[in-house]
Design a protein around this ligand. Structure first.
Ligand SMILES: *[C@@H]1O[C@H](CO)[C@@H](O)[C@H](O)[C@H]1NC(C)=O
Ligand SMILES: *[C@@H]1O[C@H](CO)[C@@H](O)[C@H](O)[C@H]1NC(C)=O
Length: 232
């Protein structure tokens, strides 16, 4: 009875003060600098069949190979993010759903889009409560083929990899509560920033590493196929 009573009091307190809690949270979130919190992932740990990726001129095969390596990333090598202020982010599952290729707007290169879903545990500042969320976003990069000035041979160029946070979606997994929802809303921009930083610092180098092994002939074929005008 006593425990139930104190729980009711605690809940009342939390609900009653949720506006000031949100205010405190806002202040904590404003002061958090996540810039240097994420370290690089060692690309040496990426489980990629480099030989077959270098040899193949079959895009479907290459795509499978790439998605396989990305989906097999060892998440324990991804640094969980935590701060003294009690905000924490841990990635539990990372699923790359697809690898889409389309011609760049000037038709000189290939834009690649990698939609992904990550399941993460977020520790909320102030209340220290942990919630599970599912976050969807796209990673984007590009490929081009250039001619080496010295050898005259085509070489692959890889554009910058970035996360498209304009289209990020964050949803709560499991039990929902109005308070948790509001607190999560309060940290959504911080969450977006930390996920983006994690992608940029840890996943993008992996993506660049993997794509650097693509066969230049495959890239050239893909480029010419994409450049063909779509008829009918
Ligand atoms: C955002 O994501 C949705 C669902 O994946 C997609 O249909 C839409 O085109 C995306 N919008 C932008 C601006 O990328
Ligand atoms: C690309 O094709 C050319 C001509 O067929 C060939 O000489 C070259 O070895 C190929 N490059 C790769 C990386 O397979």
């Amino acid at each position: 009875m006593f425990q139930l009573g104190s729980l009711v009091v605690l809940c009342g307190l939390l609900i009653g003060t949720s506006d000031s809690l949100l205010g405190d949270l806002g202040n904590v979130v404003k002061d958090l600098d996540i810039g240097n919190a994420v370290k690089d992932l060692d690309v040496g740990n990426v489980n990629l069949d480099v030989g077959s990726l270098q040899k193949t001129t079959d895009w479907a095969l290459a795509k499978n190979n790439i998605l396989g390596a990305l989906n097999a990333l060892d998440l324990s090598k991804l640094n969980p993010f935590s701060s003294q202020n009690g905000y924490g982010l841990r990635i539990n599952k990372l699923s790359f759903l697809n690898l889409q290729a389309e011609p760049s707007s000037n038709l000189q290169g290939i834009n690649l889009k990698l939609p992904l879903v990550l399941d993460a545990s977020v520790t909320l500042p102030i209340i220290g409560s942990m919630v599970d969320v599912s976050i969807s976003l796209d990673l984007a990069t590009s490929l081009g083929v250039q001619t080496d000035a010295k050898t005259g041979l085509p070489t692959l160029s890889i554009g910058q990899c970035s996360s498209d946070t304009d289209n990020i979606s964050i949803s709560l997994l499991g039990r929902r509560s109005t308070l948790i929802n509001r607190l999560l809303d309060g940290v959504s921009s911080l969450l977006t920033k930390s996920v983006s930083s994690l992608m940029q610092n840890q996943i993008c180098p992996v993506i660049e590493f993997i794509f650097s092994h693509l066969n230049v002939n495959l890239t050239q074929d893909l480029l010419s196929n994409l450049q063909l005008p779509v008829s009918l």
